[in-house]
Design a protein around this ligand. Structure first.
Ligand SMILES: NC(=O)c1ccc[n+]([C@@H]2O[C@H](COP(=O)([O-])OP(=O)(O)OC[C@H]3O[C@@H](n4cnc5c(N)ncnc54)[C@H](OP(=O)(O)O)[C@@H]3O)[C@@H](O)[C@H]2O)c1
Length: 216
């Protein structure tokens, strides 16, 4: 597959790029700061400069030309507004539709699709969930072959190779970014994952088995 990874310099995005390359996919990584370009190219990906707040729509469409799939791994940093999570999703969904990149996998957050209450959360987290839920509406209302992955808190430890993956709500806990990247790459080619949102945390099931189980 030729896959465009949005947010390829992010902590999860760069692991998704690495895993895709490992599995012999062709990768276009989008970055908003040119200082990440050399690393991405050295890893074996193509790099395109896209700032989702500023880059013109046609340029985003052009970056997705001939792509089979788009992975949305971008996200607002601490201290930045979560508006990017919705607006960036909308712009990349529309661009993917126009470019004919039909497969779209987005990383959201645990409980976004299973009705997790935000009542006791901080205002920042309330807004984050509001934006992620609005983003999901753009995705599920699109013509794309979408999948949404909703991980728990992300940590930077080494991947464990085992997870909990479920369409139902699960206990909120953390998961490594490396395991998230592995699940993204495992779900991407799966037709049966189209039209589904999955919860993901650390767990005891090997990733291959966990993916097989949710696709049944
Ligand atoms: N953090 C958590 O615990 C957690 C939990 C569940 C889900 N998630 C979700 O998982 C995904 C990955 O999270 P992460 O913590 O690994 O991400 P991250 O390291 O914060 O990286 C986010 C990426 O988004 C890019 N980005 C931000 N604003 C942008 C813009 N306007 N235009 C283009 N790119 C932009 C950043 O670019 P720069 O490198 O230039 O800054 C960076 O590459 C996000 O969607 C996040 O919401 C996170």
């Amino acid at each position: 597959m030729r896959v465009v990874v949005i947010g390829a310099s992010g902590r999860t995005g760069r692991l998704v790029v690495g895993k895709l390359l490992e599995e012999k996919h062709a990768v276009v990584g989008t970055i908003r700061n040119s200082r990440h370009m050399a690393d991405l190219v050295k890893a074996g990906a193509e790099a395109v400069l896209i700032d989702l707040d500023k880059t013109g729509f046609d340029e985003i469409v052009f970056a997705m030309k001939d792509a089979d799939a788009v992975v949305f791994a971008a996200g607002s940093a601490a201290g930045e507004t979560s508006e990017l999570d919705r607006k960036g999703t909308l712009r990349t969904v529309r661009a993917a539709e126009k470019a004919g990149a039909t497969r779209y996998l987005s990383i959201s957050s645990i409980g976004a699709s299973t009705g997790l209450s935000t009542r006791t959360m901080s205002d920042e987290m309330k807004d984050y969930y509001k934006q992620k839920r609005a983003a999901a509406k753009h995705i599920t209302g699109s013509t794309l072959d979408w999948t949404i992955l909703e991980p728990g808190e992300l940590i930077d430890e080494a991947g464990t190779g085992t997870v909990t993956l479920s369409e139902e709500a699960i206990e909120e806990t953390f998961v490594t970014r490396a395991d998230v990247a592995a699940v993204v790459v495992a779900l991407l080619p799966e037709k049966k994952a189209i039209g589904h949102a999955y919860q993901l945390t650390r767990g005891k099931t090997p990733i291959k088995t966990a993916v097989k189980k949710v696709l049944k």
